[in-house]
Design a protein around this ligand. Sequence first.
Ligand code: NAD
Length: 353
Amino acid sequence: MPLEFAYQPSPQRIVFGSGKLDQVAAEAERLGITRAMVLSTPGKTSLAEDVAGHLGDRCAAILPTARMHTPVEVTDEAMTTVEAERIDGLVAIGGGSTTGLGKAIAYRTDLPQLVLPTTYSGSELTDILGQTEDGEKTTIRDARVLPETVIYDVGLTLSLPVAVSVTSAMNAMAHAVEGLYAPNSNPILALMAEEGIRALGVAIPGIVRAGADEAARGQALYGAWLCGTVLGGTSMALHHKLCHVLGGSFGLPHAETHTVILPHAAAYNAATAPDAMAAVARALGADDAPTALFDLAKNAGAPMALRDIGMPEDGLDRAAEIATANPYPNPRPLARDAIRKLLDDAWHGRLPA
Ligand code: NAD
């Protein structure tokens, strides 16, 4: 295929390394933040307090109310604190759920965002806001939503439980796999995708061996940054659509769902995206990409079947319907029966076919 692309790199500032939390006040100052609101999930209040301590006088409020899938009522509630405390910047510490709350507030206010990610979801690198209202999850793409600064501190990820780390890393890898066959990809993002998969492929077994291994954690966070950048720069296809449906309409957990679906979605597209699959296989040092993705997750002890993460078997027909109701670009055309079979394989935890 002739080389042809348009590319607009993200304007974000990225700070990466160990002990980088120490730079949070300087980075907030750089963004002109004088009255920050620190965000976290309810279970991670101590992390939020730690960040607040580093911010000193620049911290005006701590709000540990972030929840999975960014419910609109949580954002509504947060807006009262934003107004009452005259907040002029958001500092989010946590995974995609916490980042989501910051993005939802920024969507309404255009306040600057500084994110300290503690998982590998990659949300901090996109201008995508997914939020739920009345049980329905919708997605918005808007420049206000993209965080201005991301501080990756490897030390913050050492406490991420091994099981969560494995599925979160597979979630990151999924961004790169779909980015490799995205119609709006380009050579830079393809390099990032392949390197991101390589780094995560090394990191996952390393973290399983020793969860606090700084070298493995560093590779995982580096891989997550690369894969998240690919997510932010390309459009996603069948895999992300299926996960969106399973999470949004059936309440399945985000990272686990990505882990189960990825080998099957890769297999579905394998014959029509041979170059992408060759890159995935190369990055994982394997011959067959879908099998390598399956083995990587299985050997790390991840859940491998939709039935084990809360999917009712009688919901598979409806999931196939919703996932094929509106057309979207995918290497292989979307065929309802083939996708129903994919979901059946994923529900049983069979090898991808
Ligand atoms: P999450 O933020 O819910 O975190 C998963 C779990 O890990 C939580 O229980 C959290 O408290 C815990 N945790 C996080 N960091 C920890 C640490 N360092 N130590 C111990 N425990 C820790 O999950 P996630 O997978 O990061 O994010 C999922 C959410 O992000 C979903 O709502 C998804 O839709 C969204 N997302 C959005 C985008 C986007 O571009 N908009 C991209 C990816 C994910």
